[in-house]
Design a protein around this ligand. Structure first.
Ligand SMILES: [Zn+2]
Length: 174
């Protein structure tokens, strides 16, 4: 039994918000860890820009960028058209390129709650390998218009838990 880890690479935005968001994420992840048997622990870690952590094949990395013009997905040739057309979208996941990112300028007053919620949401997309289809029938953190007040719902944690062991190859060097 090992640990499930979310790495969040800091590429822009308010760093203080990310530090607080990491603490919140660690709390949220416990709710999912309790519902599965592959991992006995979880963690969320801040990764400095310019450094490349080695990832386990079950780990997730989410890029925190200042705004959509700094999109890692776009820089790697993917499309963020949906988020360019709707500034209520806090983050995007490209399932083909295996990249998750969140846009700091869209957080309400640099809210660590919104930031941690958006990281949880994008993690669920990449782990489930589902695009907008993931939102169907979901509320709380995983709906189409997620509510990041409070905590992930029991259903949210069950969904993440059921997908947590899936293997991924994400690039941590962007
Ligand atoms: Zn989504």
């Amino acid at each position: 039994m090992g640990a499930f880890t979310i790495h969040v690479k800091y590429k822009g935005g308010k760093r203080d918000s990310l530090e607080k968001a990491i603490t919140l994420l660690q709390t949220y992840l416990k709710g999912a860890i309790d519902k599965q048997k592959t991992f006995d622990s979880s963690s969320a870690v801040l990764v400095e820009d310019g450094t490349t952590p080695s990832l386990q094949d079950t780990d997730v990395i989410v890029y925190m960028v200042r705004n959509i013009s700094k999109s890692v997905i776009k820089a790697q040739g993917g499309s963020v058209a949906t988020a360019e057309a709707n500034d209520k979208i806090l983050g995007m996941t490209d399932l083909n390129k295996k990249i998750c990112e969140v846009y700091c300028d869209r957080l309400y007053e640099d809210s660590p709650k919104e930031l941690s919620g958006a990281i949880y949401h994008e993690t669920a997309h990449i782990k489930s390998n589902q695009d907008n289809a993931m939102h169907t029938g979901k509320t709380g953190f995983l709906g189409a218009s997620p509510d990041y007040n409070g905590s992930p719902t029991d259903d949210n944690n069950t969904f993440l838990a059921n997908n947590l062991a899936k293997k991924l190859t994400m690039n941590a060097s962007y």
